[in-house]
Design a protein. Structure first.
Length: 84
């Protein structure tokens, strides 16, 4: 199912370990910031329909770390992490 403004998604690679995601959302800037930065919101949209998020951590300070772990229906866990 396509979402409004989904054609505005752009992924730019800056090197082997850096990238920039750009996308236009039809929503107030403050709301978009909140759902991308607060773990209680991230846990609702991160991943896929079949997985549940078991870890959702985000430290937005420069050098802060983020970490998400998804549990698949078969019990396998997939971890994602990065540094701001």
């Amino acid at each position: 199912m396509a979402t409004k403004n989904s054609d505005t998604f752009k992924l730019t690679t800056l090197g082997e370990r850096e990238f920039v995601i750009t996308r236009l959302f039809d929503a107030p800037r403050e709301l978009v910031w909140e759902v991308w930065t607060k773990p209680e919101h991230i846990a609702r949209w991160w991943g896929c329909d079949q997985a549940t998020i078991t870890v959702c951590e985000s430290d937005l300070r420069p050098g802060g770390k983020w970490r998400n772990v998804l549990r698949m229906p078969d019990g396998m866990e997939c971890g994602f992490n990065g540094v701001y």
